[in-house]
Design a binder for this molecule. Structure first.
Ligand SMILES: Cc1cc2nc3c(=O)[nH]c(=O)nc-3n(C[C@H](O)[C@H](O)[C@H](O)COP(=O)(O)OP(=O)(O)OC[C@H]3O[C@@H](n4cnc5c(N)ncnc54)[C@H](O)[C@@H]3O)c2cc1C
Ligand code: SF4
Ligand code: SF4
Length: 369
């Protein structure tokens, strides 16, 4: 895999060694046949452990599902390495997989994971692979046949940002603060003010105090689809039928359920395979589950039924970035600091939401009594 001029990873074909067998077209998630299935059961889901929800992006569905499966699996997920690159790796055992928690909205490098998984499956080991729809489709076509010891957790996906661009953004932060960034957290929730839907980020430094920020330019650019990979614009996997055994995502729209204390996060769990339905009983031990319909969850999560639209400024952003090769030289032309009226509007909305959530929380507690 090599980075293109925009910092996205692409496979490189070695023409000297190519024998024109076309296997790359057969297994590539962009060109392979999609084997997808319609949802069987859908739940709104909230982990019973509040700390797990705080450490997760939405309602802690990933954690709950792993606990409900079993402790005897190799779990594959995405994590930051020490150079703050997003990579897939595996962990064995229930207490290890917390390193995968929290979304990293950047293309993850799969390295040799697929080869490792094939070897483990052939040794009859249980494997749980968590990833984006195109990664699961890629794994399934690479494996060529169904394995009963493989379980795939698919994330609803809005597209990935460029790893090269993210590295440039981190370098610019390091230059500005004259300190090394040691850790980066998307969807940070430990701050009292931070609500799950506010997309706070946290930056840890070697020497300085950590920085906790709302309205960070990278997060804003990602949400505006400015940094999106070309293949995400017309994603083949953004449809009701899904390729994983189970699908997890954010339950935007949960506020319609007045009894939900949604300030820390709510997930969606969609059961696709028969296998996923068999452990719902176990899952209830770790998560509060309520049946919901596809109509309810699709309203605020459009990639569940249609591909993303391209941000009209995306191409211009990357043209300028590939010339400048520095995030901070370009970003200010595209992401502007908020004006005073906008800040005021946001503050009013923030306090309204806070009061509303407190009210729901108190009601939930008094209902629980
Ligand atoms: C790029 C991306 C786009 C997303 N877009 C949407 C969306 O449009 N709508 C929606 O409802 N949800 C989306 N999600 C999923 C959402 O952000 C939460 O991950 C989901 O709600 C599960 O949260 P959780 O609380 O169960 O678990 P968490 O503990 O937050 O789950 C973390 C899981 O995400 C996996 N993961 C993290 N980063 C990556 C990555 N870069 N590549 C592959 N896997 C990764 C980890 O391996 C782990 O399995 C997206 C996630 C990612 C990574
Ligand atoms: S899979 Fe076959 S066609 Fe594709 S690059 Fe390799 S040898 Fe060439
Ligand atoms: S939007 Fe589609 S192509 Fe892009 S990362 Fe997500 S699943 Fe893959």
């Amino acid at each position: 895999m090599k980075s293109d001029c925009n910092g996205f990873l692409y496979p490189i074909l070695n023409e000297d060694k190519c024998i024109n067998c076309d296997q790359c077209y057969v297994v590539c998630p962009e060109t392979s046949t999609i084997l997808a299935t319609k949802p069987k059961l859908i739940f709104s889901a909230k982990n019973k452990n509040r700390m797990v929800i705080i450490e997760s992006s939405s309602g802690g569905a990933f954690n709950g599902i792993l606990r409900a499966i079993d402790d005897n699996s190799y779990v594959y997920g995405a994590t930051f390495n020490e150079d703050l690159e997003v990579k897939h790796k595996s962990e064995f055992g229930i207490n290890k997989f917390t390193c995968f928690s929290k979304s990293k909205y950047i293309q993850s490098n799969l390295d040799d994971c697929f080869k490792e998984i094939l070897a483990l499956l052939n040794q009859n080991k249980n494997v749980v692979f968590s990833g984006l729809p195109c990664q699961i489709a890629g794994l399934r076509s690479f494996l060529k046949k169904k394995y009963s010891n493989l379980f795939c957790i698919e994330l609803i996906c809005n597209g990935v940002a460029s790893p090269g661009l993210f590295s440039s953004y981190i370098k610019d932060i390091e230059k500005y603060y004259v300190d090394k960034v040691t850790n980066y957290t998307f969807r940070y929730k430990k701050n009292k003010k931070a609500m799950w839907r506010d997309f706070y980020i946290k930056i840890d430094f070697l020497e300085r105090k950590s920085l906790i920020k709302k309205d960070d330019s990278f997060m804003k650019g990602y949400l505006a689809k400015l940094f999106m990979r070309e293949s995400c614009v017309d994603c083949r996997y953004a449809q009701e039928k899904r390729v994983g055994d189970i699908v997890i995502g954010d339950f935007w729209g949960v506020e319609k359920d007045n009894t939900a204390n949604n300030s820390q996060g709510y997930s969606i769990i969609i059961c696709i395979s028969d296998k996923s339905i068999t452990f719902i009983k176990n899952l209830r031990e770790y998560m509060k589950l309520n049946r919901v319909s596809f109509e309810e969850i699709k309203e605020k999560n459009p990639t569940l039924y249609k591909p993303n639209e391209k941000n009209v400024l995306r191409d211009s952003f990357f043209t300028n970035y590939s010339k400048a090769k520095s995030y901070s030289e370009v970003i200010h032309k595209y992401i502007h600091k908020d004006s005073f009226p906008l800040k005021l509007k946001r503050a009013i909305l923030f306090y309204y939401r806070k009061c509303y959530n407190n009210f729901c929380f108190k009601r939930e507690i008094s209902n629980d009594k």
